[in-house]
Each structure stands twice: as structure tokens, then as C-alpha cells.
Design a protein around this ligand. Sequence first.
Ligand code: AKB
Length: 316
Amino acid sequence: METKILIIGACGQIGTELTQKLRQIYGTNNVVASDIRKMNTDVVNSGPFEVVNALDYNQIQHLVEIHNITDVYLMAALLSATAEKNPAFAWDLNMNSLFHVLNLAKAKKIKKVFWPSSIAVFGPTTPKEHTPQYTIMEPTTVYGISKQSGERWCEYYHHVFGVDVRSVRYPGLISWSSPPGGGTTDYAVDIFHKALSNGKYDCFLASKTKMPMMYMDDAIQATIKIMQSEAELIKIRSSYNLAAMSFTPSELASEIRKHLPDFEITYNPDSRQQIADSWPASIDDSEARKDWGWEPEFDLVNTTLAMLENLKNHPN
Ligand code: AKB
């Protein structure tokens, strides 16, 4: 049977790039992008697009039926900083959209589900360096609690109902073509925009706050690779640890200064500092490497180069 994909949340930071890549691989007409509004013209104009509310089961089911969808990528979510401002809605969106998609798979209306988790599933009692796949998980953010609960439900639906759901715990994602939305790791994207436009950046985290990060190309590569792997290789049905690099704001600023020597950074930590302090500094992703061959291509050096080059060539 031909793969027909529905991406929910296609206009977001990951969805935008995922849509384009999946359209290249599977053909434009086999990838239906959807979101609550038409928020990104590239996504809307480059192939089939549907307006959908991720909280409306009937709407999603209708799209699955009329487009003969086999695989759903559920990318709609409220991220960490935004979720703290609106906990009830964050819980509703992050959990109920997942239940809708898992229930469609349980009812055999779709074959495969991708759902993103995050390093936010970990908390202050988790080992900070080389955080293992299996460890203490006591998240202290609404977003982290929703992602950890989501992981438990994914594993449950797989074991009890045979649902083929696959997931990775994304670290902070760095991309040039789409703006991030409401995350704690987003300084690592803003800094590039400000470095090029103003030559300086006022960082909302302290200089020594080390966090796991990944260039968007690697995140997309991981997402597609786990979805294309044989089902037997996916041994973990909660979510896989994933890593590429870890750095502090001051290390990132030093790397940017190699290209823009006059770049200046100042530090004014806000409420996001507490969230960052509760998350790991580095991640052990050996299970993903062993089970389905995950391997990142981008480190701090080539991410910095790629961000500056792409932003210079595609000014917003
Ligand atoms: C956030 O900062 O909320 C996200 C994440 C790490 O999941 N980028």
C-alpha cells in the first residue's frame, strides 16, 4: 500500500521543514499538510493543505478518510515557555491531540504514528550529564509533564493495542527557515538573527547554561529515519533519547565571533532560566544509535556556519 502522509501542525518550526522533505521523498500529492490556520505560504502553496483543529477528532478522521492517509506526524504542541503561561490549554492540546491520533491508529484507520517528545521529560532529579535512556524522570514543567505522560500512553497503546507509534526526544532545535515558537532553547535561534541584524544579543539565559541542541536537518533526518525503519528495530515505544551537541550561550557566542568578530552578548536571565536549569546538559543516545542507526551530522562548528550562511542568503 502506498504511503500517504498527514502532518498536523505543518506550519510550525519542525512541521515546515518536515513537510518539504517528506514531499521530496514521497511526492507532493502524497503529503497532506495541515494546521489550525494557513500560517506559512511555502507549506500552503507547495502541495495539498487542509485547515484542521488538532483537538477535533472528527475533523482529523475526515481528513484521514478523504485522503486515504496511512501515516500521521503529529507536530502540533505548545512548547515549554508558552505552556507555563497557559497550562490548561497546553495540557489539553498536547494530550488530547495525541489521544485522537492514537485512537485513529487503534481503530486501524491509520498504520503508523510519529509523535515528538522532548528532553523536557527529564527534571532536576535526573542525572544532568549523559542523561541515560532509562532514568529518574520528574519533570517540573507543564510541557515536560505532558510529554512524559504522552510517552507512557504511546508505549501503552503499542503494547495493549498494537499501535505502531514511534517517537524521539528532541533536544533544542536550531533552524534558519522557520522561527521557533515559545521554547526555552530558542535563544540558540534568536542569537543568529540578532547577530546578523544588530551585532549584539541580550540572552534570556545565563552564560553557563549548557543544554543539548540539534540542527534542524539532523532532527528531520532522525524523524524520517525512525519512521522508515522496520518495525522490529524500534524496541522502545515510549521515546528515544537523541543527541547531537551540547553548548552554553557563551560557547555559542564564541563560535559566532569566529565569523562576526564584533558580535557582543549580554545576559539577562528570565523565568526560562528555571526551566533550562531543570533539564539535562547532555544526553546519552546510544539506544537510538544501536537500534535504528541514528547518527547526527551537525556539531556546533558546522551548525554555526550553516545558520549564518543560510540567514545571509535568505534574509527574512
Ligand atoms: C523547548 O525549549 O520547549 C523545546 C524543547 C526542548 O522541547 N525546544
